[in-house]
Write a protein that binds this ligand. Structure first.
Ligand SMILES: [Mn+2]
Length: 165
């Protein structure tokens, strides 16, 4: 079994959905990533779990006192967390790929679109992952989603999307 990162985004003040996911997963993960627009502050989010927490500030995070983005190493990978609105997340992957390369990251987690996404760009060695929104989904059919990414010893990174039940 590999090490796991729980990735959530865009709960927009919905504590119930966020906590449902956290309660279910907090003992099974090695890190938590929130890609922004929680509408909660850093202290609250940091206190949710006993593992490292990496946060991005969303365009609706008016009370958020943390940095805009985060970068960390995990199992030999460099992971970068951004909300994505500064990098045209709503319009396409191009600027996100450039940003990942700028940051020296091979995995980029983002939110903002409220739609789950998983794209591998082999030439650039960048994987883009969006957990979707855990409260306000915009894909069809609209289902609140989140993501668990498992990192295996051989370097493999396997994302698994979940629907909030
Ligand atoms: Mn947003």
């Amino acid at each position: 079994m590999g090490k796991k990162i729980l990735v959530v985004s865009d709960n927009h003040g919905n504590k119930k959905n966020l906590l449902t996911v956290i309660e279910e997963w907090k003992d099974k993960i090695d890190a938590l990533v929130h890609c922004g627009d929680s509408e909660f502050d850093v202290d609250y989010l940091m206190g949710l779990v006993d593992v490292p927490v990496y946060l991005a500030r969303g365009n609706c995070d008016y009370r958020f006192s943390g940095d805009a983005d985060a970068i960390f190493e995990f199992e030999g990978h460099v992971c970068y967390v951004t909300h994505g609105h500064y990098y045209g997340a709503s319009w396409g992957d191009e600027d996100l790929i450039v940003r990942a390369e700028e940051m020296g990251a091979d995995i980029l987690f983002y939110g903002h679109t409220h739609m789950p996404a998983y794209h591998i760009y082999q030439e650039e060695n960048v994987t883009l992952l969006n957990p979707g929104s855990v409260a306000r989904p915009r894909q069809y059919p609209p289902e609140a989603t989140f993501l668990v990414v498992e990192f295996f010893e051989d370097g493999k990174v396997i994302p698994q999307f979940y629907t909030l039940t």
